[in-house]
Ligand binder design. Structure first.
Ligand SMILES: *[C@@H]1O[C@H](CO)[C@@H](O)[C@H](O)[C@H]1NC(C)=O
Ligand SMILES: *[C@@H]1O[C@H](CO)[C@@H](O)[C@H](O)[C@H]1NC(C)=O
Length: 990
């Protein structure tokens, strides 16, 4: 048996007492004072010293040989006062011995409760009995921000899929069992519960070789490794592998495969024991830990107020839908245009350059839907304020008018932090700050002064989302600015929330504003980018050699440029003080991936204080979530009829209600192209289907081969954007001839299947289904697919098998379920794939070709590819019918105006093939005027005698049958569907 050990550093209920003016603030000032004379030679601006971002040196508990194992010293609890009912149980847990106070102060009395919320949903809570004691109030997550799961009044213990048992011997523990399999899905037997004011720990066992997914945000493979510490703490850091990242998603999916004997008895099987000749069933369940604190999940090769909700499935689809419908909310419905192609980079210098990029897309006839701006457009990196030399409002108005009339869109970045002007410089006034300051909506220090950190503009303040006026402030800024720049969506960045210094480093230093960040920007002296993707040294030998030489000399110069900055040499260890929380330096140190592991490094410090007294410590992981909500409400104020389009960096459980997400600052490396797939699939589980990564890579330079493969891969991701860092070589798809061709060929498919993509999004928005799917989810009875993340599905019908390695001309892929009669058709040849069940098949994939397959049994609604989604949306329809092994096929289409919130006019068409007959039935009031042009049927084994559309003969000139490929193509249908493809129900017979 394996063990999952959950170390929740910082319980969710914690005293919100105002601490002393923190050490981190004092440190920020001190390090500032010693470096304020340091002005960088090449910039007239003051540079915030890099030491300002150094925290105290800490050893994370998971790697600290001296760290005490709470399991070995803590007494655990005993349950008493047990009250059972048909819907659950309540009990009191009392400390079973002397408090251990190992990483905080033990809570002596807890309320334990079990509630059967629905027959497929169960909640377990453990909360301190005394929510208010004389010297502390406890912090409870706001249900408006993080909703609790809903309950169904029919639920009962008797009818639940799950059963929960508990025992006091040797100390309190509990076990959740799935009735159908008699298998424990969560079991704390053999461990003690530890519940302190800054530390909660419980241990559950897992089967050997478990299949766990989720627990974000991390860059990792889809199925979690058996030997991993997963830290959850929102961090502004460029995509390290396995470490904590921008968002916090405390949810996991656990899938188990069983062999069922003739008596119906289930035997759990280990993945490596799976046998292709046998039949299996799988049961999946999900667990949501409703906790926003920094936390760690330690997965060993052998396993919060606690608020756990179990979703019994039994399929991934059931779990994911249940999790969204009952708890976190359904994903936002996206506008149709957002599925078009997005181009971005850091370093588009002015409107003229932006216009040139757009013109280049037109010239090379590459579809472009949306042009994006990074922070270049801002006046001194201030939100809601354009640089009047490079991005003047007047020129912007002309640019946007032209852009919009071509059917295209514009989305700029907005950062979480707000510049605070230099009080000694009257010309530095900044209205956004003045308005927010007047309404008092910014985060505070414990002493009540404004908390002043540092981000791109220099010293900055941060909106306090607990302040009831902050949402209005933010919305008003968006509305005001929108009148000057007619944006079509917002890209929210730096919302972890990031700050480039420890503590309130700007307090007392505002006369230095505006200031340069405490590090050099890409392209600045000492930070010239010489990185290229693997394989560049083969394709571009000479350039690679000179880049490598230049990189070495840059590194050598840095080494002689003085001692590398370092924090103090000794480690800081915190011993708990009875009843007092140390929020800046909690006694249990999580493995936060910032340098030196300090929670205040590169983030707003945990002791920053909200208007209701709550410390950032308790809600750090929610900042990103709340700014996304505020931005959503702001865009509704701009236009209440339009669906807001938002892409955000830091997210929490439920952020999908408002925003999509991109993978953050990845690098132009092959590994990151691969990791984009598991990252997308994980966000499918988190209810954020609108996901994509910086195509061709952000950090470092990209190259022709990587960009060629990546532009093709991302064409099948919901959010399709190419983005690049400052000073890196350009990587727009028109830069290299082969990339232009590869991009156009993949986009031809994407733009043709936009109606399919959109239908999937509508379904996700209404039911909680996913858009990008793992093979294991669509084929749940095959244990060999449990870890597959090198290929994926878009909805149920399209499978993509991308090349993920340099210098390859083929790729290996599996074709699931062949032994059950599944048929797969090659997108390009339209013929059925000849492959063996369970065998990794070699698929030819020369550069510029991405293998795509259509699953038999599907009907795909398509329109013609075009340069914009608007243009594509105005073209005639076609249907691609891929017959399944049994000759049947099904499909769906959802249509509406593609942008409004009110969905009173929509059309839902269902397609059904039975025998040699395709039936299209439409419901709804949206009038679709585009006619139907062609229906292509794959897998037709015999030439049809005649083809009829609603009983009328289709002229022979419109019918083509290829006996070799078994493709039937029926054209000329627009004459029969002049009123629109779906204006009446119809049947096509062949
Ligand atoms: C588990 O991971 C740790 C840290 O990365 C490593 O030192 C150790 O060798 C790994 N153990 C196994 C069994 O893989
Ligand atoms: C815009 O930026 C480009 C590229 O940096 C530069 O060459 C050009 O002079 C700028 N044009 C204007 C009008 O500022």
């Amino acid at each position: 048996m394996g063990i999952v050990k959950n170390l929740f550093a910082g319980a969710w209920l914690l005293p919100a007492a105002y601490g002393a003016f923190s050490t981190s603030v004092a440190k920020g000032l001190a390090s500032h004072a010693d470096a304020s004379s340091t002005t960088s030679g090449s910039y007239s601006q003051f540079t915030i010293p890099s030491s300002a971002d150094f925290g105290a040196k800490l050893i994370p508990n998971v790697v600290d040989p001296e760290a005490v194992d709470a399991q070995s010293v803590c007494p655990g609890y005993k349950a008493s006062n047990v009250k059972e009912s048909a819907r659950g149980l309540t009990a009191t847990l009392t400390l079973a011995g002397e408090p251990c106070n190992v990483y905080g102060t033990d809570v002596d009395s807890l309320d334990f409760s079990i509630e059967y919320l629905a027959n497929d949903r169960l909640n377990v809570q453990i909360v301190p009995t005394y929510l208010d004691s004389s010297n502390s109030s406890w912090f409870v997550l706001d249900e408006h921000v993080v909703p609790r799961p809903t309950s169904n009044h029919h639920a009962s213990k008797k009818n639940s899929d799950l059963e929960i048992t508990w025992s006091n011997h040797p100390s309190f523990h509990f076990k959740v069992t799935r009735k159908a399999t008699r298998d424990a899905i969560f079991d704390t037997t053999g461990s003690v519960l530890v519940f302190e004011n800054q530390f909660v720990e419980f241990v559950t066992s897992l089967p050997k070789d478990y299949n766990l997914y989720g627990i974000g945000e991390h860059i990792q493979q889809l199925r979690l490794l058996n030997n991993l510490t997963l830290t959850l703490y929102a961090s502004d850091i460029g995509d390290p592998i396995n470490d904590n990242l921008y968002g916090s998603q405390p949810f996991y999916l656990d899938t188990r495969y069983y062999e069922v004997n003739h008596k119906g008895h289930h035997t759990l099987i280990a993945n490596d024991k799976a046998d292709q000749s046998k039949n299996y069933v799988s049961f999946s369940h999900g667990v949501f830990s409703r906790n926003a604190h920094g936390q760690e999940i330690v997965l060993n090769p052998e396993g919060l107020n606690i608020d756990l909700t179990f979703y019994s499935g039994p399929s991934q689809v059931d779990v994911t839908k249940n999790y969204q419908l009952s708890t976190i909310g359904l994903p936002a419905l996206q506008q149709y245009f957002t599925l078009g192609y997005h181009q971005c980079r850091w370093g588009y210098n002015n409107w003229t350059e932006l216009a040139e990029v757009v013109a280049n897309f037109e010239k090379f006839e590459i579809p472009l839907e949306t042009i994006w701006n990074d922070i270049d457009y801002m006046h001194g990196y201030r939100d809601f304020d354009n640089d009047q030399h490079r991005y003047p409002y007047s020129e912007g108005e002309e640019f946007l008018e032209k852009l919009h009339s071509s059917g295209r869109h514009y989305v700029p970045i907005i950062d979480a932090a707000i510049y605070i002007p230099n009080p000694e410089n009257a010309s530095d006034a900044y209205d956004t700050y003045s308005r927010g300051h007047k309404d008092d909506v910014f985060l505070k220090n414990p002493d009540g002064s404004e908390y002043i950190g540092a981000v791109w503009p220099g010293y900055t303040v941060f909106p306090d989302w607990h302040n009831p006026k902050a949402g209005d402030f933010w919305a008003n800024e968006i509305v005001t600015w929108h009148k000057k720049v007619a944006i079509d969506g917002i890209w929210i960045d730096m919302n972890e929330v990031s700050s480039f210094c420890v503590g309130s480093c700007g307090s007392g230093n505002l006369s230095m504003n505006p200031a340069h960040p405490p590090f050099s920007l890409p392209g600045e002296p000492g930070n010239v980018l010489y990185d290229y993707p693997e394989g560049f040294e083969i394709t571009n030998k000479t350039e690679a050699a000179s880049a490598s030489a230049a990189a070495s000399s840059q590194a050598a110069a840095a080494a002689t440029g003085g001692a590398p900055p370092s924090s103090s040499t000794s480690y800081l260890r915190t011993t708990p003080t009875a009843g007092v929380r140390n929020v800046n330096y909690p006694p249990y140190v999580i493995n936060n991936d910032q340098d030196v592991h300090d929670l205040s490094a590169h983030a707003v410090s945990p002791n920053a204080t909200h208007s209701d007294g709550v410390q950032e410590y308790d809600v750090h992981n929610l900042f990103g979530h709340q700014i996304l909500n505020a931005t959503y409400q702001g865009l509704l104020k701009v236009d209440k009829k339009k669906r807001p389009f938002i892409i955000g960096r830091s997210t929490f459980a439920g952020s999908g209600k408002w925003a999509g997400h991109w993978g953050g600052d990845n690098a132009s490396r092959w590994a990151f192209m691969f990791f984009s797939i598991p990252q997308a699939l994980s966000f499918s589980l988190f209810g954020i289907p609108m996901f994509g990564v910086d195509t061709c890579g952000f950090n470092g330079n990209s190259d022709e081969e990587l960009c060629n493969r990546w532009m093709q891969l991302s064409a099948f991701f919901p959010f399709y954007r190419n983005h690049n860092t400052l000073s890196a070589t350009p990587q727009e798809p028109y830069v290299w001839e082969s990339v232009t061709a590869a991009t156009k060929s993949a986009m031809k498919i994407r733009y043709a299947i936009l109606p399919y993509f959109y239908t999937l999004f509508h379904e996700a928005h209404t039911t909680g289904s996913t858009v990008m799917r793992a093979l294991a989810w669509e084929f749940p009875t095959d244990p060999s697919l449990a870890a597959v993340d090198t290929q994926f599905l878009v909805g149920p019908s399209i499978m993509v098998v991308p090349v993920l390695a340099p210098q390859a001309t083929s790729v290996k892929g599996v074709f699931p379920s062949l032994k059950h009669g599944e048929v797969w058709y090659d997108w390009y040849t339209q013929t059925a794939v000849d492959a063996k069940p369970g065998v990794n098949t070699t698929i030819p994939a020369p550069l510029g070709h991405i293998p795509v397959f259509v699953r038999g049994g599907s009907v795909l609604p398509m329109q013609e590819p075009a340069l914009t989604t608007k243009e594509a949306r105005g073209t005639p329809w076609s249907l691609l019918v891929a017959l399944g092994g049994n000759g049947a096929a099904l499909g769906q289409l959802h249509l509406d105006d593609g942008e409004s919130n009110a969905l009173d006019e929509s059309l839902d068409v269902s397609f059904k093939v039975k025998g040699s007959s395709l039936r299209a039935s439409a419901k709804g009031h949206w009038e679709e005027s585009n006619p139907l042009a062609t229906v292509t049927v794959l897998g037709v084994s015999e030439k049809p005698h005649s083809v009829r559309f609603n009983g009328r003969h289709v002229p022979a000139s419109g019918v083509h049958y290829n006996a070799t490929s078994q493709v039937l193509s029926v054209g000329d249908l627009h004459k029969l569907t002049k009123e629109g493809a779906f204006s009446e129900n119809w049947t096509l017979n062949w």
